[in-house]
Design a protein around this ligand. Structure first.
Ligand code: C5P
Ligand code: C5P
Ligand code: ZN
Length: 487
């Protein structure tokens, strides 16, 4: 975990980026911001928007899947006084230096830095530069939060949003789903400001908004055989515990249970799981829940995990401005509309999952990987989510899953690969696999060991898949492929 020297060095980089922003605002310059489209990226976009709004700056924020020629061409055409990139950028330093080296650019990212670039126009804030782990200790929205805080102490009220982003990137990897490193500092800000509290409880998804039996039936982490996927059995299970599942005509949520009911439910679940031999899984039942105390009960915004899924849906369904508005404090029309978007997003995911399972040949098994070709049926912005969900269902086996779909209006495929902790233990690192395979097939790719992505042209995909299968095979044999193994 990061030590004080590393943290200080990171914070001074955040100060520098804040200065660059302030100078631009003081000269009444125009600031063009771009952010990544997942939950973390939308949260980062919300934080920078609020911070710039508070400075009365002239700015615009757009949310994209990646830094590509479109962004570069816009920068060249519009000549903004400052470009801000959040939750991406560090993988594109070389490209930026080749194409727009004269533009002032502030980058707030937590992805691997792929090349060192010396350009005084660029201010980069990235934990990896200071020996801090960007996969687990701070997210893109967290990095953006530290810059916002350097701009104005008032921005401490954005600390909960930064943690929502971190949860979107699954950074609650420490004991009992707690945060570590810089995220811990953000949590301290959030609790000290009286905006957030941590509750140790069942961590099933849907704590504020889902009926209890549905949280039991839909949990995949932990997966509970006999309850997961079986709503009626989950309901019967609750009935045996004398827990009312309805109150005033409305289904109760986990957050509605009193202490005594929670205890009964936890211990009954633990007994049940132990009776099924699920000793390891029992230890995952209880963990930290992050409650945004000023949000209304039984809304998605009160539970930070549910909040992050809401943001994710706005980004992936082409409505990121709704997510940004929510992060900035809008609780009116934007919230109502994003709840509808979330529902549509869930319907789409179910539709895609149904499509994949409808024909067995849609899930191909090769020697070392599973492959799903989403053709032009699965939306390329949602193929990552499909990949994450499908790999959880294949958890017992240790082959990574590679899913891809055609990019709308482009001659390329978007590829999203996911794997499990078990496969990581055996040496799999998808970040290396995606990067090396896309280099070989004239594409772009990279990411974390457990989740990584790529983009290659249509005619390269068959070769790309063969290469991925080969590279994973080599990793499984213990070979460490050339490149950076840091996640
Ligand atoms: O671009 P970025 O790093 O923010 O994307 C992270 C993605 O990888 C998330 O969508 C998340 O689902 C996935 N992920 C994961 N397990 C991790 C870290 C990230 O599945 N430990
Ligand atoms: O897009 P997807 O959710 O599959 O991405 C998983 C991870 O891989 C993310 O952290 C993303 O930023 C990274 N990625 C990357 N380069 C790409 C595509 C994805 O670094 N070309
Ligand atoms: Zn991120």
């Amino acid at each position: 975990m990061a030590d004080q020297t590393q943290i200080d060095s990171f914070l001074s980089a955040a100060d520098k980026a804040a200065k660059m922003i302030l100078e631009t605002v003081q000269q009444d310059g125009f600031i063009d911001c771009f952010s990544h489209l997942d939950a973390d990226g939308v949260a980062a976009a919300g934080i920078i928007s609020k911070a710039l709004h508070r400075l009365d700056a002239r700015y615009r924020v757009r949310v994209m899947q990646w830094v590509d020629d479109k962004i570069i061409n816009d920068i060249i055409a519009d000549k903004p006084h400052l470009v801000v990139l959040t939750d991406f950028g560090s993988g594109y330093l070389q490209l930026l230096n080749e194409k727009v080296s004269d533009t002032k650019i502030a980058i707030m990212d937590h992805h691997q830095i792929t090349a060192k670039v010396d350009n005084s126009n660029f201010a980069q804030v990235n934990p990896h530069e200071h020996g801090i782990n960007g996969a687990t200790e701070v997210s893109g929205s967290g990095v953006t939060y530290f810059v916002a805080k350097a701009l104005n102490q008032k921005n401490v009220d954005l600390a909960p949003v930064a943690l929502v982003g971190a949860l979107g990137d699954m950074q609650d990897k420490y004991d009992q789903r707690s945060f570590g490193g810089l995220n811990e500092l953000i949590l301290k800000d959030a609790t000290q400001a009286g905006l957030m509290k941590v509750e140790k409880d069942l961590t099933f998804f849907g704590r504020e908004t889902r009926p209890i039996h549905r949280t039991l039936a839909t949990t995949t982490n932990p997966f509970i055989p006999g309850l997961s996927g079986e709503e009626d059995k989950a309901l019967a299970f609750l009935a045996t515990l004398n827990i009312d599942f309805k109150q005033g005509g409305r289904f109760r949520a986990l957050s509605d249970l009193n202490e005594d009911e929670k205890k009964r439910l936890c211990s009954a679940l633990a007994d049940y799981m132990l009776s099924k031999g699920l000793h390891v899984e029992v230890s995952n039942l209880i963990g930290n829940n992050y409650v945004l105390v000023n949000e209304e009960s039984n809304t998605a915004l009160r539970d930070a995990r549910e909040y992050s899924v809401l943001l994710n849906s706005t980004g992936r369904m082409d409505r990121p401005s709704l997510g940004i508005a929510i992060c900035m404090g809008d609780r009116g029309a934007a919230l109502e509309e994003s709840n509808n978007i979330l529902e549509d997003y869930r319907k789409n995911i179910n539709k895609y999952l149904g499509w994949v399972t409808e024909k067995p040949e849609r899930l191909r098994e090769l020697d070392n990987i599973y492959v799903i070709n989403g053709e032009d049926y699965i939306n390329e912005k949602i193929v990552g989510t499909v990949s994450s969900i499908m790999v959880a269902g294949l958890a017992n086996n240790q082959k990574p899953l590679i899913a891809y779909a055609k990019v709308d209006g482009d001659n390329s495929f978007k590829i999203s690969s996911r794997t499990t902790e078990a496969a990581l233990q055996r040496g799999v690192n998808l970040g290396d696999v995606m990067r090396l395979a896309s280099e070989k097939h004239s594409g772009k790719g990279g990411g974390h060991n457990i989740a990584a992505g790529a983009q290659v042209s249509l005619d390269q995909i068959e070769g790309f898949i063969i290469t991925v299968n080969e590279l994973v095979g080599r990793q499984l044999k213990g070979e460490i492929l050339a490149g950076d193994n840091n996640t």
